[in-house]
Design a protein around this ligand. Structure first.
Ligand code: NAD
Ligand code: ZN
Ligand code: ZN
Length: 362
């Protein structure tokens, strides 16, 4: 099958023919219909985050079940599914407490050491990164990492549910617990940030301030619920937020992964406010803040991982809200591309002009 392989960090993606194994145990073979280009995959393709080439990345996957392993109980051939990088065992204390993103045995969703690899190239093992490896014609995924969805959801929109939406909307609903009437700022209006905006609209935030360097993004963000847009390249962002809100926001979300914008998120809070940090930083990335100011103003800094999502609950919820017309997914999809265009599409993502690009042709 065709797949986009990372053969070396920083070397881009090579489109090659590789082999995929038959499903064993609780594995499900999925015909991939759409695979979203999350910014995280670009980080993983360039920097060593513990996943080593040769590897297939891609963790916003939707498709149709093509075959199931003998122990699969939740899926049958023909089901429409969404995959997620959240790997959880379902039996440890964290999982049983509902915190599946903090599972103590995430490797339970992978093949045992020494077992034949899921992916290979002329006998050489290739890492199926994050257990999803969605930048390929087919993906072999443990059933815990998959969710069945209503076939009425188109595949491109469905794919974004697997990361952008559960992370962005989940940051608001689960991790930060924004309440109706609170003022929110979102710094970085990409595929994840726009879903933070959606979450803020769902919970009834009083004001949703969108901040980006790109005017096209600020315009697009209005379709998700942004009430005020600020171009970060024009003037003092923190002063502008304070001015708009008469003192600062209750919640600021940083959805880029930069020191200065994370510090802006903390600085733009009103007394008692919470800064939620979502963007992934380069290795060893540090953020500084005025310690006495933080305690005097009782601010909170909140690290957010995968929107504290419980995928089996959250993905069907967001799919249903989409079908009811209450969650905008369609305007996220900037373009549908062939897998051969993945390198150009990731270059374009770096420009900040597009929301989500989705591979739909393999
Ligand atoms: P993206 O590239 O689509 O969006 C980033 C946006 O930030 C762009 O619109 C860009 O114009 C804007 N931007 C860049 N510099 C800016 C600045 N100085 N001020 C204001 N805006 C600026 O990325 P994405 O796919 O939405 O992902 C966003 C971040 O979230 C990435 O770092 C990604 O790795 C991370 N992420 C984290 C989690 C998690 O669990 N914490 C999950 C998924 C993604
Ligand atoms: Zn992602
Ligand atoms: Zn667990």
């Amino acid at each position: 099958m065709r797949a986009a392989i990372v053969n070396a960090f920083g070397g881009g993606f090579d489109i090659e023919d590789i082999d995929i194994a038959r499903p064993i145990g609780r594995e499900v073979l999925v015909d991939v219909k759409a695979s979203g280009l999350c910014h995280s995959d670009l980080h993983f393709a360039v920097n060593d985050f513990g996943m080593a080439p040769p590897m297939v990345l891609g963790h916003e996957v939707s498709g149709i079940v093509a075959a199931v392993g003998p122990e699969v109980s939740e899926f049958t051939v023909g089901d429409h599914v969404v995959g997620s990088l959240v790997q959880f065992c379902g039996a440890c204390l964290e999982c049983l407490s509902g915190r599946t993103v903090s599972c103590l045995r995430p490797e339970a969703t992978l093949r045992a050491d020494g077992a034949p690899p899921r992916l290979s190239r002329r006998g050489e093992p290739i890492l199926a990164a994050m257990g999803t490896a969605g930048f390929a014609e087919q993906a072999l995924i443990h059933e815990n990492q998959l969710v069945c969805i209503d076939p009425a959801v188109p595949f491109p929109e469905a794919s974004v549910l697997g990361c952008g939406t559960i992370t962005g909307a989940g940051a608001v609903l689960n991790a930060a617990g924004v309440r109706a009437g609170e003022a929110v700022a979102v710094i970085g209006l990409g595929g994840v940030g726009l879903n933070v905006v959606s979450g803020a609209r769902l919970v009834g935030a009083s004001r949703i301030i969108g901040i980006d360097l790109n005017d096209e993004k600020l315009e697009l963000a209005r379709a998700f619920g942004v009430t005020d847009g600020i171009n970060a390249g024009e003037g003092d962002v923190v002063a502008r937020v304070r001015e708009l809100t008469g003192g600062g926001v209750d919640h600021a979300f940083e959805v880029i992964g930069r020191k200065e914008t994370a510090e802006q998120a903390i600085a733009m809070l009103r007394v008692g406010g919470t800064a939620s940090l979502i963007g992934i930083h380069g290795a060893g990335g540090m953020v500084e803040f005025d310690a006495n100011g933080l305690l005097r103003e009782q601010k909170k800094v909140n690290g957010v991982y995968m929107g504290s999502a419980n995928i089996k609950h959250d993905i069907p919820l967001y799919a249903s809200l989409f079908l009811q017309g209450r969650l905008n997914l369609s305007d996220l999809i900037a373009s549908e591309i062939a897998i051969d265009e993945i390198n150009e599409a990731y270059e374009e993502l770096g420009s900040g002009r597009t929301a989500r690009t989705v591979i739909t042709r393999f």
